[in-house]
Design a protein around this ligand. Structure first.
Ligand code: ATP
Length: 590
């Protein structure tokens, strides 16, 4: 963790400021003003309570029943306003927190999603650990702590100054005789409170300081453990097939051992701290009475005065302790702000890398995909996957990219999609809405099959019957009954079924340009054939670019682009002999 310095506050200000100058600033300022007002009202009511203490206990001491009932009436009124202020101060505080959090979450999601940064964070190897934790927990903590700390400090400072003056007035001077000299300490209870609070909070800080890094680590270990559990859930089938339970169990318990060890240290430290703080708090009840007792027994103050002193002392000591203790909260707040700023910095450096690595020029085109002098490299910007590639693809045409594993076929598709920035050349590409990219493992968002089929560019008003018919035509009749069931479909459906669904998206969304990266690899050859035939029948005008290893794919494409390694490639029409079966297949389908 960094030391506290100007940079820390500058960083935090960077995170705080945007909301307070945003479109929502008016509501935010109104809420903040109301919360500050209510907090100050609470301090004021506490001051009135302090005066009340005097009246009430004096009435008791003097057996004055009338004054007793008047004091009870005053108490009821004060308590009434106190309760209203406390309830609305918390309510409005939470309202401001959630509004601020909503706004900031939206901002962070924008930054993370913008220009495919979430993807490039991984490609450029600028991984930020657990971005999910940063966007959910850290933002939440940052906002609640920023508000909590600043409002808490404000209340404590105002309380401190209000009660120090009261304590000064009610405590009176203390006359001491030291070695024959008469020493007078004016407002001696104020000094007693100061010494007590500073001594107490200093010891608390010494004992409690190691808790700061321990709590910081605990959060990290918990997030790590959770992440590993989620990975098993997402890969449950593979783990089950490998019967990897024992290994996974061992791995998870090793991760949990970090939590356990760290928590043990927290426990031990917390125990030491509780020994001290509970003693300190107990003594705080009796300490002011002890210190003020000599003046009470000397009949210089009444019972009411004694109770008033005790209460004012408590307020001064609590607010002082809060101020001194806030450094713990500040350290936590600092850690959270630091994590959020690192995340933002990483996003910024990705943007910078994106603008450095932008030698591939993308131009919009209506009628063709054109690749000119395209070279593609690995992220080291030295190793060529493809050198000076040139080809064109027009509507109705089909191109098949072939080559050994790891040669760069998917990377070419990524480059055409604008995801891979390492290289140079020129790509003319139809608009995004007219294209559909199908990866080998289709992405099925969590939701209904309806949501999945219309993802990403489908018409949201598509009739359910149309979607059911589509599923039936894809040999997925049994799924048509579950069109509106929410499920983690990517874990329920076989990979082949998922590839069928991905084709369903093509038939539904009818893109003019279809890019398929081994999109039929999990299907049997007959299914593959039927899907391609249906594609040519229903979307005769569309252009299709596929990547694949299977020779059967030659039947469905007119041009072959072979990647040969070290950047070399060849482009040739697919010979009739290669695709001899195609006319027969067409007939079969018709
Ligand atoms: N994010 C990345 N960082 C570094 N190297 C990468 C990254 N993604 C891919 N590569 C490398 O780029 C090369 C080409 O990968 P690509 O996925 O394009 O191969 P492919 O021809 O599609 O292989 P396959 O047929 O197995 O799918 C591989 O050597 C791979 O390791």
């Amino acid at each position: 963790m960094k030391q506290f310095n100007k940079e820390v506050f500058k960083d935090a200000w960077h995170l705080i400021k945007p909301y307070w100058v945003s479109k929502e600033k008016k509501t935010a300022y109104i809420l903040l003003a109301a919360i500050i007002f209510l907090n100050l009202a609470i301090v004021f009511i506490n001051v009135l309570f302090n005066l009340w203490y005097k009246e009430f206990y004096n009435a008791l001491q003097e057996f004055n029943e009338k004054a007793f009932w008047i004091a009870l009436g005053q108490f009821t009124a004060l308590a009434f306003f106190y309760i209203i202020s406390a309830v609305y101060s918390l309510y409005l505080n939470q309202m401001l927190q959630i509004k601020w959090r909503k706004w900031l979450t939206d901002e962070f999601l924008n930054k993370w999603m913008d220009k495919k940064i979430y993807y490039h964070l991984q490609v450029f190897n600028h991984q930020t650990d657990n971005p999910d934790q940063r966007i959910s927990e850290d933002l939440n903590m940052f906002i609640s702590q920023s508000l909590g700390l600043s409002l808490g400090l404000l209340s404590s400072v105002v309380t401190l100054f209000s009660f120090i003056s009261i304590l000064w007035i009610v405590s009176g001077p203390l006359h001491l005789s030291v070695f024959g000299f008469l020493i007078t300490i004016p407002g001696y209870m104020v000094w007693a409170a100061l010494i007590y609070a500073i001594f107490g909070t200093w010891i608390t800080a010494v004992i409690g300081r190691p808790l700061i890094p321990l709590n910081f680590n605990q959060q990290r270990f918990e997030a790590d453990f959770r992440f590993n559990l989620v990975r098993i859930r997402e890969n449950s089938e593979s783990v089950a097939l490998y019967s990897g339970e024992e290994k996974e169990h061992g791995h998870l318990m090793r991760k949990f051992a970090d939590i356990f060890e760290n928590y043990w240290k927290i426990m031990v430290r917390q125990k030491k701290l509780t020994w001290f703080t509970s003693g300190y708090n107990q003594i705080a009840i009796i300490f002011p009475i002890l210190v003020a007792a000599p003046r009470f027994f000397a009949k210089k103050i009444q019972l009411g005065g004694l109770m008033q002193i005790a209460q004012a002392f408590g307020q001064v000591q609590t607010s002082l302790s809060y101020i001194v203790n806030s450094y713990t909260a500040l350290a936590n707040w600092h850690a959270v702000a630091d994590r959020l700023r690192t995340f933002e910095h990483n996003i910024q450096s990705i943007k910078a890398l994106q603008s450095i690595n932008n030698n591939i020029k993308y131009k919009p085109s209506d009628y063709l995909l054109s690749v000119k002098n395209l070279s593609i490299m690995l992220p080291d910007n030295k190793t060529y996957l493809i050198k000076n590639l040139n080809f064109e693809l027009k509507p109705t045409q089909s191109l098949l990219i072939v080559g050994p594993s790891g040669i760069g076929k998917s990377t070419l598709i990524r480059t055409i999609a604008g995801l891979w920035p390492f290289g140079d050349g020129e790509i003319e590409l139809p608009q995004k809405e007219k294209t559909l990219f199908l990866p080998q493992k289709p992405y099925l968002p969590i939701g209904t099959l309806r949501d999945i089929l219309i993802y990403p560019n489908g018409d949201p008003s598509t009739d359910n019957e149309v979607l059911k018919e589509l599923l039936i035509s894809l040999n997925l009749k049994y799924l048509s009954k579950h069109l509106l069931d929410v499920n983690m479909w990517s874990q329920v459906l076989s990979l082949g079924e998922q590839q069928y669904i991905a084709f369903g998206r093509i038939f539904l969304q009818k893109p003019d340009w279809i890019f398929m990266d081994e999109a039929t690899s999990a299907l049997d050859e007959k299914s593959e054939r039927l899907l391609y035939m249906r594609l040519f029948k229903e979307l005769p005008q569309s252009a299709c670019l596929s990547v694949g290893h299977r020779s059967s794919l030659l039947n469905y494409h007119k041009i072959k682009l072979s990647l040969l390694g070290e950047g070399n490639w060849s482009l040739e029409p697919i010979k009739k002999s290669d695709s001899a079966k195609i006319s027969y297949l067409k007939e079969e389908f018709a």
